[in-house]
Write a protein that binds this ligand. Sequence first.
Ligand code: ADP
Length: 485
Amino acid sequence: MEHKKITKVLIANRGEIALRIIRACKELNVKCVAIFSEVDVEGIWVRKADECYPMMGNALQAYLDGERIIALAKKAGCDAIHPGYGFLSESAEFAESCAQNDIIFIGPKPEHIALFGDKMASKVAMKQIGVPVLEGTDEPVLDKKEGEKIATEIGFPVIIKAAFGGGGRGMRIVLKAKDFSDMFDSAQNESMKYFGRTEVFIEKYVQNPRHIEVQIVADKYGNVVHLGDRDCSIQRRHQKVIEIAPSPRLNDAVRKELYRVSTKAMFRLGYESVGTVEFLVDEQDNIYFIEMNTRVQVEHPVTEVISGIDLIQRMIEIAEGDKLKFLQEDIRLKGFAIEFRINSEDPQKNFMPSAGKIDTYITPGGPGVRIDSSAYAGYTIPPNYDSMIGKLIVSSLDWEGAVKKARRALDEFYIEGIVSNLPLHREIVRDEDFIAGIFNTSYLDKKMDIFNLKAVDSQAEEVKKVGYISKLIASIKEHKLIVRS
Ligand code: ADP
């Protein structure tokens, strides 16, 4: 196999993941080129890259215009493009187009992106390899009446899913036959709105499952290694909010089986690069493949923390044609890591996005704390993109220690100017079920009512306390000790 050294990478993304890729490149002595839309002029990744290029015009389109990005990569003398997550990361057409233009796409082969971009086709492929999947349709359901018949055969509740969906969109749970028709229409409409396609399929809906996923790393030579699992059950509207590596309560036999089927399937398919095989685990510990993500994921840092392996760097090396430098038996997973997605949204207003200027941004630190974020004090969050502004990752040798660290770090985190979901995280890490490691995908729905989502911020209180500083000065003069309340 041909080996081609990557010397300069164009980062076809923005925000925290663009910065994350720059960090990986710097350590590998690879030059990096950033792009930015006109609303992203203040982006920190723009400043940190070796070169940066404006992509004027529509703010969203800036990171989606494959042709223009490839032309720019060529002009800037890049030999590779890293797509990050979202945007072009799961476009088989873009990966193919990179290859045709002699640019290395840092990711899997186009045929795997295409296969797994279709959730229904990927279920069929995985089933053929012997990976358990949920009962459901193998073909898109076009007719509503036919769909209702199939749903009745499967047995309610069922879930209608956009075949080309993602990010929790284009999914509708149908509890009873009478709701089927409305839900079918709304799943199709949402799929059209976000993905420009209407193909939907039906599968059995699992009550109270856990979402467990397996991180895969595979090279071009058939070496497939897993880096353990992540528990992403804490979700809101089918979107992940907190991710944990490894799952704090997973039966050993189930865990082994997840690893076995994931690595076997990826080996059989000849998959290369990093990727995530996602499963639902039901209350009886049955496992079901739901989808495969052919890219680096938002939650990759928790795996990096417990494995000590830099996933972005390995992606680059694999794309160059390197053999994996580790085998399965070399992998040692250590401790627990928890990631909290920090979103600029208002938990008290049904998590409405809250764009605007960040006035104060004090991040936690100390042992076992990692911050992957593109935010800073003075930064104005544009309203055009996702509301995630960063991630807090904490780790410790045991689960209890990781939860304690999470509490401490979340309390240290102080953001002023915009509203964030920090109050939600602070409630979760004090919840007895979370502390006991007992949660499934229904967790947040059930807890939301009892959580206090008002931002009670000890630092804010302190900073704002009228006369606090003068009180301090007075205490010095009077040699008096001030005890913080
Ligand atoms: P997306 O690609 O939009 O993230 P997924 O297929 O990965 O969609 O599913 C996201 C989440 O939706 C899962 O983690 C789970 O909470 C829920 N979900 C998906 N399929 C089912 C199902 N068949 N039964 C119950 N919950 C499901």
